[in-house]
Design a binder for this molecule. Structure first.
Ligand SMILES: Nc1ncnc2c1ncn2[C@@H]1O[C@H](COP(=O)(O)OP(=O)(O)O)[C@@H](O)[C@H]1O
Ligand SMILES: [Mg+2]
Length: 405
């Protein structure tokens, strides 16, 4: 796991200046607005039932008994990753109390799409730094990674939980199936429980039959937050800032905006973080409602950048082509596949890249629709003329400036 300190742990004063200052120095506890920060229970809003339910599924590990594997679905920013990490950490510390060695691993499959990387990351997550050399970057086969993982699990732990976040991004279901059936297939004695997470509710239909059955029916769907919950989530992070920094109305406005964006807590927390950075860069000592619009764009751009990171170059070029089309046609949102392919080709020839085939670009268009970078719909051209697809960018077109080619 990454090194994360829980609330209450003091910052080392030696570094306090760098962490909290710079310009206006509006932060007093900056990590509270880090997206990957795992808050204590008293800062988590509206997820106690889910926390309880997930805990119940994996609790048998504490007695060395096989536990269930579960799937969590829900839109982005509904607290899926948070709940999984939170419950894993609590299980591990309860394990320590009971002198039961619980191993936990968290892998985000959007950055780790191949089987060998996934298994390697799990191994590296679970073992000590010295032992990490058992999971080298290259040079061993997938089977060997699995073998080493099974040995590590059996040697070191009484129970293991592995969270595979954004599992829908995996190239295939194989690791999901092998990991969730490791006990059954006799690969390991130590029980392993898998928490699979997906932002896509329809992912389940794409999973192969055998994987599905290994997860049984233990599925949870996290609903979006409403404005009131979002407000509370953000209020609970107010102390990231020095007292009096956030002017009245800032948090309610961010909450209202996040509620409109399908109740996405991530957007809210991110906007708070960017507001702080913006204030510091501009030597401001307070943050006002008007600053929100300024930073939302930066926040958006960063998110898109995250989504695009790790995707093939040409996927980015296709997104840029759609953004350029959208910018150049202020009265239109929707563009036909053929228009986009033309724009993409123009972009490639301008930048000196070899354009991919039409079929390949069509596939990339499907992929970016799947990632919710665009929306795709099929239109009928009228009598007997068949159908065509059109696409709409779900992001403001000016984010294109922030896309690295
Ligand atoms: N119920 C909640 N209480 C407090 N903070 C939350 C809650 N849900 C989400 N957050 C915060 O919002 C951000 C996004 O949550 P995350 O768990 O990553 O969402 P998901 O995995 O569903 O996309 C994180 O910074 C998280 O700490
Ligand atoms: Mg997540």
């Amino acid at each position: 796991m990454e090194n994360r300190s829980q609330d209450g742990e003091e910052e080392d004063p030696l570094f306090a200046d760098t962490l909290n200052k710079g310009g206006g120095g509006v932060f007093q506890n900056r990590k509270l607005v880090d997206i990957d920060y795992i808050p204590n229970e008293d800062r988590i809003v509206g997820r106690s039932d889910q926390i309880q339910q997930v805990a119940e599924e994996i609790a048998p590990l504490l007695t060395g008994t096989p536990a269930n594997s579960i799937l969590i679905f829900g839109k982005t920013g509904t607290g899926k990753s948070l709940v999984a990490k939170h419950v894993m950490e609590r299980l591990q510390s309860e394990g320590r109390r009971q002198e039961t060695d619980i191993g936990i691993a968290y892998v985000n499959c959007s950055q780790t799409t191949t089987t060998s990387r996934v298994v390697r990351n799990i191994g590296q997550n679970l073992c000590t730094e010295e032992a990490a050399t058992n999971f080298p970057e290259r040079g061993i086969s997938v089977d060997e990674y699995y073998e080493r993982l099974w040995r590590l699990v059996d040697d070191q732990f009484d129970g293991v939980v592995i969270t595979l976040d954004e599992v829908d991004m995996l190239k295939d279901d194989n690791p999901l199936m092998i990991l969730s059936r490791a006990g059954e297939s006799g690969s390991v004695e130590t029980p392993i429980s898998i928490i699979g997470i997906s932002n896509k509710i329809n992912y389940r239909d794409q999973m192969n039959q055998r994987t599905k059955s290994s997860f049984g029916h233990r599925e949870f769907v996290f609903d979006p937050y409403d404005a009131k919950q979002l407000q509370e989530i953000l209020e609970n992070r107010r102390d990231a800032f020095k007292e009096g920094v956030l002017e009245q109305g800032v948090i309610p406005r961010i909450a209202a905006l996040a509620a409109k964006e399908h109740g996405d807590a991530r957007k809210g927390v991110e906007v708070l973080k960017y507001l702080g950075q913006y204030a510091e860069q501009n030597n401001k000592s307070t943050i006002a409602e008007d600053d929100i619009d300024q930073v939302r764009e930066i926040a958006e751009a960063e998110r898109l950048q995250d989504l695009l990171a790790g995707l093939p170059q040409h996927t980015r070029y296709v997104v840029i082509a759609i953004a350029l089309l959208t910018e150049n046609n202020p009265n239109e949102d929707w563009f036909r596949t053929t228009q986009i392919i033309d724009a993409y080709r123009r972009f490639c020839s301008r930048e000196g890249y070899d354009a991919l085939s039409t079929d390949r670009v069509r596939e990339l268009l499907d992929e970016i629709a799947f990632l919710e970078i665009t929306e795709k719909e099929t239109q009928h051209s009228g009598k007997g003329k068949g159908t065509f697809n059109q696409h709409r960018l779900l992001w403001k077109p000016d984010v294109v400036e922030h896309i690295n080619t």
